[in-house]
Ligand binder design. Structure first.
Ligand code: NAP
Length: 281
């Protein structure tokens, strides 16, 4: 089994990005990402801290707007509007999940689509589904970069995606289909999950259900990408039983150290892409 080592691949890509940014900042301002964090969810704080550190590493300035969890929707909307108007800001990220009294999709769609670093804006997703150039959602983009790094052929493979969310499952299905894969998308109403996963050449496990994918659900030689991030008995685990599945998979991504770092790299690359548009080169 070959480990899909997202940690190292992201490191390599971040280094290349850093060099690329340095060439532009000799003559232009620095790229800048605004991060909005609402409340004190420990996982969100840790994600935001990680994203901030990664920005620093590659030369992207970042500014954190940490709001109380009692903030009103109007207050968040007004902050987003100010950031939309601010010419020194290239990307805006609203860290999810946000408190239940706030409408996440409404707020995401208020972010200018030219500053949508996460690629979640309804118009950008529309472009993606119509196969037009746009900012891709960070996790699906990171997954594709990871597969491409290992020269894994996607065309003509059968990819089974477990999960149909707007931020992972559905867009990754689209990106894999665009690269020639035949797609099956599974979800909670899927009758026999195992029947589908057993036929897969590529499994993308993005259910958010700890250790859902067992060895007997995976075909010999399959490529398995574990997107899940779950806490189980104080430990971080994915959606895949790593120790079992490594015996049958040809490639397998670990948790942590797989898709997570690739997602952050994709976010940085998206911010840079938006920056290039803003400085008009
Ligand atoms: P989500 O919005 O909760 O979606 C989960 C999807 O999985 C839903 O479509 C759900 O089906 C399906 N599902 C859940 N349990 C299932 C089961 N037992 N059998 C079949 N389908 C099942 O989650 P998400 O935002 O897509 O995230 C998925 C996971 O990826 C989470 O663990 C999240 O933390 C992780 N994640 C990691 C990164 C990273 O950078 N590593 C980034 C984003 C997300 P229904 O639609 O029928 O409910």
């Amino acid at each position: 089994m070959i480990l899909l080592d997202g940690k190292n691949v992201a490191k390599e890509r971040n280094l290349a990005l850093k060099e690329n940014i340095e060439t532009y900042t000799k003559t232009h301002r620095e790229p800048q990402l605004a991060i909005i964090l609402i409340g004190d969810n420990p996982a969100s704080i840790s994600y935001v801290t990680g994203k901030g550190k990664a920005c620093k590493l590659v030369g992207i300035k970042h500014i954190l707007h940490h709001l109380e969890d009692t903030v009103t929707e109007d207050e968040v909307a007004s902050l987003i509007e100010n950031l939309n108007q601010d010419d020194s800001i290239d990307g805006i990220l609203l860290q999810l999940p946000i408190p239940k009294h706030l409408n996440d999709s409404k707020l995401i769609d208020m972010i200018s689509r030219d500053k949508d670093a996460d690629g979640f804006h309804v118009v950008n997703q529309g472009y993606l589904y119509q196969k037009k150039p746009t900012i891709y959602p960070a996790t699906p983009k990171g997954i594709i970069s990871l597969l491409e790094h290992y020269n894994i052929q996607i065309s003509s493979k059968h990819a089974v995606i477990v999960g149909r969310s707007n931020i992972v499952g559905f867009p990754v299905a689209r990106l894999l289909m665009d690269r020639g894969a035949t797609i099956t998308v599974c979800h909670r109403q899927t009758k026999d999950l195992s029947y589908h996963t057993k036929q897969a050449d590529i499994i993308i496990a993005s259910a958010g259900t700890p250790l859902l994918i067992k060895k007997e659900m995976v075909k010999e030689g399959a490529i398995v990408v574990d997107v899940g991030v779950n806490r189980l008995e104080g430990k971080l685990v994915g959606d895949v039983c790593f120790d079992e599945v490594k015996e049958v998979a040809s490639y397998l991504s670990p948790v942590p150290g797989g898709v997570g770092p690739m997602t952050i790299n994709a976010l940085l690359e998206n911010t840079f892409e938006l920056y290039l548009k803003h400085i008009k080169v």
